[in-house]
Design a protein around this ligand. Structure first.
Ligand code: IPT
Length: 957
């Protein structure tokens, strides 16, 4: 006998999206209909199962005085009730769709409210939920309104007949797990709760219902055509355009078009008998033209990011300031596009995209990635029973967001395999909105989609696609290509994005990409700094894979964002050869260069000696021109000289003030004279010491002890770096994962065998062999010290021994200085960190920072903070000149301690400052979810030689 317990909780496991709610419609704010925000403190009770409590709490008069309180919008697991769970694609419950576990955390939410005195007595009212994860049942004044699923989608209930002037009781039961959870397997924290606004909207008689603004742009005639379809007939006015028409009526007038670069919006009003609704109209036409995505007749290039909604304390409950901060940060970093991975964002975010200008791929709240574990068996997107839920989700996205000019593509979802349900969604969307294109990455043959999209394809494959050599069915071959995800920004990185950008700009078929991802989803934690997967005792989790953004969790830009900004700058400034000229190339798709002011400056040894404005014509998109630089300054003190040319905003804009830097480039004018030391001093042995010029060595070991007054410890060859997330790669990667191989070989436990200490002639030579236990691989390292009496030169020669099949993590020396060393001054790349394939934004100049400032706070500690192309650096009374230029880093812990740390709070400063002076660093790549570094960024184990000159200085201590 099979006994299935039937309770009123059946809706939780129903594949249908729910019951009782209104059809989806556009999201808008009325000019004159009243509304009441129900955000704020709500009474809250958590139960371990869906049926632990009956529904008596929904009855008026229920006493919830003893209940806890939570903030709405919010997630209860971030407010002290239960805990968040992070998994990438694994369902944190047994896969048996649509069944969910008995252990189903259920939050009862209760709010009593009065209507404001001014609340109209006529008309109806609608109760709107903008986002509830994952399933809710709603009662108002004891009446069961219905249930819904679809976490990041709006749901509305008609409630007019139930409202009373005072003491309205709104009860919402929220279940963490539901059938809908199977459709919401995005790589992010599982965060139940009412996490977006709850609003009561008055609906006046004769008020607006749903409407669709069709505003296209004819780029040949320079005219916009407007038609507003409205369920309730009315009139449309756009004063600035002299438009006054009936709904449903077409009108064509000359307009300025909307683009992400020039986001012209016209204020309008939709007036029905009972209501006025403000419109913000952007005229633009999105099309597929000759195999290209065009807007207003021109192909566009996406310089995008994938944006999850994230706040380190509030999770996916974002306040308006945070949303604005995201858009401003994007605009200020030259980003022009956002994919709303992997669900429709809070609707206010799209208003900001309209207003400030970003192309948007609006993605549906759909991912079934966990089914990959069972070869996609029972995937809901290929099971007709789920199709109504999928169509409901598609409709809720399209209807809500259809009036945003910024939305140019609809995306069916992410990583949901393939199936009939997706086809049904695409068909429905194509039928409902012919003015936009449809995207879905897993539709590899582009059966249902209008764009060929992939994620994490390597450079070589992208190039093949660019050349049209990737084969595939005819339909796909005729479509444009985008990388909807690339440049996995987990930890240090992503590397190689400049090389991608070169491909994007070379091949017309490639219309850009979206870096994965915008922000680290770290959760602020007193003990850990920022918490990640596993920090809440989850039985299954994916660790810090959730921290893979261009912003740290607190929205501080990481070096990856600074690099990305440089790589995608909309103006390219190129050297035009010896006679002091530059070519300026306008890479905007629509804007000319009139918004930018250019300047030049000239640096001698990194110090600016002259500067001035540079006149650049207001080039049209795609145009370039050669501009002559002034005569270089006559007195250059025989130093290294370079030009720097910059482009900055000429005037304040809506997203950044005047002088905000947009693009730059540097060109060498004369090169650096090498740091020569003529060996005149001879090594002198006294007792247990050898002195040479300003230096003193241990006579037995040959170890450097001091330079002048500066004590030095532990100077030796160093090849280890605390592996980055990208060094470690991802488990599914088939290419070698060097982070693992390095550790397997033992590069983190190299032993230094002393073979000889040879004071003789004008040099002290120390011969060593550096190798890990258990293997035959090694590096013969010879340190050759010379001095001219005041300066001390070290030449390091390294020769690999054995069959090295892996590159080295780094190659250089490390040394310890007393902990009083703090401020660093250097001439080289800066101000931020750089690695061989993340070096675009490294600006040559004079920089200064404290040791603390040099650290990049990756949420999971790892190699960081190297400064590139360093000519010289000063720290703790020591000056180091490199020949050739070197990579410099300094920290108050060792690389071994950095390697062992799990969180930033594990790192505690010791009393030594450890410097790494590197001849080479291995590239970074993005193998944590993509290709490793390109071969040209490999640090191969080969014979190498490099030198440093040390001198004691008065400089910063
Ligand atoms: C890809 C996902 O689309 C995205 O949500 C995220 O998980 C990203 O990877 C990695 O951080 S899927 C990947 C297995 C290719």
């Amino acid at each position: 006998m099979s006994l299935r317990i039937r309770t009123t909780t059946d809706y939780i496991e129903d594949v249908a999206p729910g019951s009782g709610f209104l059809p989806p419609r556009a999201w808008y704010a009325s000019s004159d209909a009243a509304s009441l925000s129900l955000n704020g403190r709500w009474r809250f009770r958590l139960s371990a199962t869906a049926d632990a409590e009956d529904d008596a709490f929904a009855e008026p008069g229920f006493d919830a005085g003893a209940w806890a309180e939570v903030a709405v919008p919010g997630h209860w697991v971030l407010q002290g009730h239960g805990a968040p769970i992070y998994t990438n694609h694994l369902y944190p419950f047994p896969v048996d769709p649509p069944r969910v576990p008995t252990e189903n955390p259920t939050g009862d939410h209760l709010r009593v409210f009065d209507l404001p005195e001014s609340w109209p007595s006529d008309g109806g009212a609608v109760l709107r939920f903008d986002g509830v994860e994952s399933c809710a049942r709603v009662w108002l004044n004891g009446t069961d309104l219905g249930t819904f699923q679809g976490s990041r989608l709006p749901h509305e209930f008609a409630v007019g007949q139930l409202l009373q002037p005072t003491g309205n009781v709104l009860a919402v039961r929220v279940h963490q797990w539901s059938a809908g959870s199977y459709l919401e397997d995005q790589d992010q924290w599982w965060l139940p709760g009412i996490f977006r606004d709850v609003t009561l909207l008055h609906r006046p008689a004769g008020g607006v219902l749903d409407f669709f603004v069709h505003a296209s742009y004819d780029h040949v005639r320079g005219e916009g055509t407007l038609k507003v379809d409205s369920d309730v007939p009315g009139r449309v006015t756009v004063p600035a355009l002299g438009i006054e028409v009936a709904t449903g009526e077409l009108v064509t007038v000359p307009v300025e078009p909307w683009t992400a670069e020039t986001p012209t919006l016209y204020d309008g009003v939709l007036t029905t008998e009972g209501e006025r609704v403000p419109l913000r109209i952007g005229f633009r036409t999105v099309a597929l033209t000759d195999g290209r995505i065009t807007v207003n007749g021109r192909p566009i290039l996406f310089k995008g990011v994938n944006r999850h909604e994230w706040h380190p304390e509030n999770g996916r409950a974002l306040d308006p300031e945070t949303m604005r901060a995201d858009v401003l940060l994007m605009k200020r970093h030259n980003i022009n596009a956002v994919r709303t991975s992997h669900y429709p964002p809070h609707p206010a975010f799209l208003d900001l995209c309209d207003e400030l200008g970003l192309w948007v791929i609006d993605e549906c709240d759909l991912e079934t990635h966990g089914f990959i574990e069972q070869a996609w068996r029972d995937n809901p997107v290929d099971d007709d029973r789920w199709t109504p839920a999928l169509l409901d989700r598609a409709a809720r996205m399209v209807e809500r967001d259809k009036n945003h000019p910024s939305v140019v593509l609809w995306s069916l979802g992410n990583e949901a395999g393939t199936g009939r349900g997706l086809t049904a969604m695409a068909e429905w969307i194509h039928g409902r909105d012919t003015s936009r294109l449809v995207h879905y990455e897993r539709d590899i043959n582009c059966r249902d989609t209008d764009v060929y999209s992939r994620m994490y394809a390597c450079h070589e494959e992208v190039e093949r696609i660019g050349r049209g050599l990737d084969g595939g069915p005819l339909r796909r071959r005729r479509l444009p290509f985008i990388l909807c995800e690339y440049g996995h920004a987990m930890g240090n990185g992503p590397g190689g994005i400049a090389d991608y950008q070169r491909l994007f700009e070379t091949y017309d078929r490639i219309q850009g990409g979206f870096v994965w991802e915008w922000i680290d989803h770290g959760i602020r934690d007193e003990r850990l700094g920022f918490a990640y997967g596993g920090d809440f005792g989850e039985e299954l989790h994916d660790g810090n894979f959730v921290c893979d953004g261009l912003l740290f969790p607190d929205r501080t830009p990481s070096p990856g964002l600074v690099e990305y900004k440089k790589v995608i700058e909309p103006v390219r400034i190129e050297d035009e050869g010896a006679d002091g000229a530059v070519r300026i190339r306008n890479l905007y798709d629509f804007a000319d260069l009139s918004a930018l002011a250019f300047s030049w400056s000239c640096q001698v040894d990194g110090e600016t000696v002259e500067s001035g404005p540079l006149a650049v014509p207001a080039l049209s998109p795609g145009e370039s021109a050669v501009v002559k630089l002034p005569q270089p300054p006559p007195d250059r003190r025989g130093g290294e000289t370079q030009w720097t040319v910059r482009a900055a905003l000429a005037a304040d804009t809506a997203w950044a003030p005047r002088e905000h830097p947009v693009a730059w480039a540097q060109f060498p004018l004369s090169t650096r004279p090498p740091a020569r030391v003529t060996p005149t001093a001879t090594p002198v042995s006294v007792d247990d010491r050898i002195s040479l010029g300003p230096a003193s060595f241990d006579a037995r070991t040959g170890a450097l002890r001091s330079v002048g007054q500066v004590e030095v410890t532990g100077l030796r060859l160093d090849v280890w770096r605390a592996p980055t997330d990208n060094d470690m790669g991802a488990p599914w990667q088939s290419d070698p994962r060097y982070g693992l191989l390095w550790r397997k070989l033992g590069l983190h436990r190299m032993r230094h065998r002393l073979d000889a200490v040879e004071p003789g002639g004008d040099a002290l030579t120390v011969r060593t062999r550096v190798a890990p236990a258990a293997g035959e691989l090694g590096l013969a390292a010879i340190y050759r010290w010379t001095s001219d009496g005041t300066r001390l030169k070290l030449r390091v020669s390294v020769a690999p021994e054995g069959d090295w099949t892996v590159p080295l993590p780094r190659l250089g020396i490390r040394l310890g200085l007393p902990g009083t060393a703090d401020r660093v001054r250097w001439f080289g790349g800066g101000p931020g960190e750089a690695y061989p394939d993340t070096k675009s934004a490294s600006l040559l100049g004079r920089w200064s920072a404290t040791v603390e400032d040099l650290q990049t706070p990756y949420v999971r500690p790892q190699e960081n903070g190297a400064r590139a192309d360093v000519r010289w650096a000063e720290i703790g009374g020591l000056r180091i000149d490199g020949d050739p230029e070197f990579w410099f880093s300094a920290r108050r812990w060792t690389n071994e301690q950095l390697d062992a740390a799990r969180h930033l709070t594990d790192l505690t400063p010791g009393d030594t400052v450890w410097l790494n002076l590197d001849h080479g660093q291995h590239g970074i790549g993005s193998q944590s979810c993509g290709p490793g570094p390109l071969p040209r960024y490999f640090l191969r184990a080969e014979p190498r030689e490099f030198s440093f000159v040390f001198s004691a200085v008065d400089g910063p201590k």
